[in-house]
Design a protein around this ligand. Sequence first.
Ligand SMILES: Cc1ncc(COP(=O)(O)O)c(C=O)c1O
Length: 411
Amino acid sequence: MARKLTGSAELLERAQRVVPGGIYGHMAPGFLVPGEYPSFIARGEGASIWDVDGNRYIDYMCSYGPIVLGHRHPVVEAAVESQRANAFCFSLPGPAYVDLAELLVEKTPFANWAMFAKNGSDATTWATAIARAHTGRKKILRANGAYHGVAFWCNPAQAGITDEDTANVVSFEYNDLESLTGAVSKHADELAGIIVTPYRHEAFHDQELPVPEFHSTIRNLCDDHGIVYILDDVRCGFRLDLAGSGHYYGTEPDLSCYCKALGNGYPISALMGREALRGAAQQVFMTGSYWMSSLELAAAVATVNELERIDGCRRMREYGIRLRTGLARQAAEHGLEVRLTGEPGLPFMTFADDSVFERAKLWCAECIRRGVFFHPSHNWFLTTAHGDAELEATLEATEAAFEAVAQKFRA
Ligand SMILES: Cc1ncc(COP(=O)(O)O)c(C=O)c1O
């Protein structure tokens, strides 16, 4: 039976009258497959979401990362409810603030302190300010195309951004050691920090794991030149390793930025650092109306403890490997060339000869019609709630999706 998306269409029309663009940012309908995807979600449970028309989908975007234990996870909800019963937004922090800082410091081998904010952009921007305060230098080195948020120093678009906003940001090519060392030698005395993601995972691009010497070279360059090494672990944090993705890849940074999976959907980000940066962290003035709200802090304590209890990172990795194996086999059976890239816990698939994501969009459209929510041009996310039933239903949908792509595009 054909899916109805009329509720979504009506809401979008109403939104377009009162919100610029209707839905803005990365959730704008144009980033998916217009007409095929719903625009509004009404509820979630475990690994599933339901749109406002009542259609159910297995969720492979997980709110672009925040949902890591599954929607409405009972342990997280219980922690939140218990805090809510006492109110949570005060003029001073509550005990959960210290509990979370202690928990994260205990889990993160390199870090001696933690501070909290709301979004990934808060944490990455804060990290650059601390690097500048610590070194007395201005410039930040980043990889071309890497996404670090929407602050003006790193916003991927140009509207509303001035040259001055980015005047102290210089770049190199991810995984290109010559480009990295060249940029450092060119700017060494002016560089406050180097910020990188654990691996290359920006949208519209195959994911790339770090080449073996990538992180250790950054570490050595930072040590040699007194530069602060900032790891932007906003997307991968708590999905690869609870000790941090720096630890996972064998090289520890000086500052680490977390967000997304930290609170299983409750808005929280964290910045963690080494002892040597404590003074600079204290000097930089950063705060926000909701940054110390105990609700999200309690959610994060529960999320991290639960991920540890159930060995969540291993579970997501294993599911991701099974998903990837199934997709690779189906693609081959249909004579289609695909690339499955990145870490299995954050899977992604692109088609060969598909620079404008035409095949990927058709494949995603066929999947969403069958109740599986993927993204054509952004990496996907898993939760620990994805299990055998989800995998089986997913592979049934993807089989039909590959068949549709093969029929349209096979030579
Ligand atoms: C690696 C990385 N850094 C920073 C951000 C920005 O986080 P936020 O959207 O919470 O500001 C994101 C968001 O996708 C991200 O993936």
